[in-house]
Design a protein around this ligand. Structure first.
Ligand code: SAM
Length: 287
């Protein structure tokens, strides 16, 4: 899995080193566009990843039924809690989104929220201007939570957005693209310059909307095993699929399965659409 580039470098305008990917959005129009990209949230629970100073949270509170902010920074979490003390539909959890259990994100809590308890079947929406040092892990976590999430609107580094949305056969297509497109429809909505943030990062940023639409049944693959297979297939991008797979499977089996899936023996994983990867995976399972 390619790691997203660090956003920690800052321009000469602000030499402070942003901690925990803390480049705060200062473009009010962009903040509104991000929240509007969630659609009608009046009856929805929205989980915000890293509310920071609350630029998105302030817009979510009057629009959503319930807002849950997951903020890792202790000081920011305390400030947000104080700032929203009188707002009954918002909760701030001081947690790491990558590791916090979903049940404890949305679970029952005492206090004024008792009538906002989610039902078992309720899905949530997710929004966040992501801390770029941990983008891949957060995106993979969102995808892993697909049964609980309907849509996610996330800001990521422009190059990472291009990778997530890349088509098979393009240079940018990789494990992150394949995994994202296995679980969601991906739309690249708009791009922002560094000046939209304080402190400004070195990179441009893009907003993606992931609408969950898992393809596991259609592709007839089991989630865990297929993800493990994709990780192996993309293990070394420059190698052919055959070379990446023959560490785990006998070469003759891989050649046979490639043929059965209609793939050339010298194909690389980046050129293979998900349908064909699934056919190859199924053929190998039968060997
Ligand atoms: N939403 C704010 C905005 O748009 O201005 C802040 C965005 S800033 C790029 C990322 C935020 O995520 C920071 O507030 C940072 O403290 C927080 N953060 C960093 N790592 C996190 C993690 N693993 N889980 C939750 N929040 C995290």
């Amino acid at each position: 899995m390619a790691k997203s580039a660090s956003k920690s470098g800052t321009s000469s305008a602000d030499k402070r080193k942003p901690k925990l990917g803390q480049n705060f959005l200062v473009d009010a129009t962009a903040a509104r566009r991000i929240v509007e990209a969630l659609g009608d949230i009046s009856q929805r629970t929205v989980i915000e990843i890293g509310p920071g100073r609350g630029v998105l949270t302030n817009l979510l509170i009057p629009r959503a039924r319930r807002v849950i902010g997951i903020e890792l920074d202790r000081v920011l979490a305390a400030q947000l809690r104080m700032g929203y003390a009188t707002k009954p539909n918002v909760e701030i959890l001081e947690s790491d989104f990558v590791t916090v259990e979903f049940a404890s994100m949305v679970g029952r809590r005492p206090g004024p929220l008792h009538d906002l308890r989610p039902t078992q079947a309720e899905t949530v929406d997710v929004v966040g201007n992501l801390p770029y040092y941990v983008t891949s892990d957060i995106v993979l976590r969102i995808l892993e939570l697909h049964p609980h999430i309907e849509r996610a609107v996330i800001m990521v580094q422009k190059e990472v957005a291009e990778r997530i949305a890349a088509e098979p056969g393009s240079r940018n297509y990789g494990l992150l693209s394949a995994t994202a497109q296995l679980f969601a429809r991906v739309e690249n909505l708009f791009t922002l310059p560094p000046s939209s943030f304080s402190p400004p990062p070195k990179v441009h940023s893009s907003v993606l909307r992931l609408t969950m639409a898992p393809r596991l049944e259609e592709l007839r693959v089991a989630e865990g095993l297929f993800i493990t297979f994709l990780k192996l297939a993309f293990a070394q991008k420059r190698k052919t699929l055959l070379n990446n797979l023959r560490g785990k499977y006998p070469e003759a089996d891989v050649r046979k399965a490639l043929k059965a899936a209609g793939l050339r023996p010298d194909v690389r994983a980046e050129a293979v659409p998900l349908e064909k990867s699934a056919a190859l995976f199924r053929a190998l399972q039968q060997e």
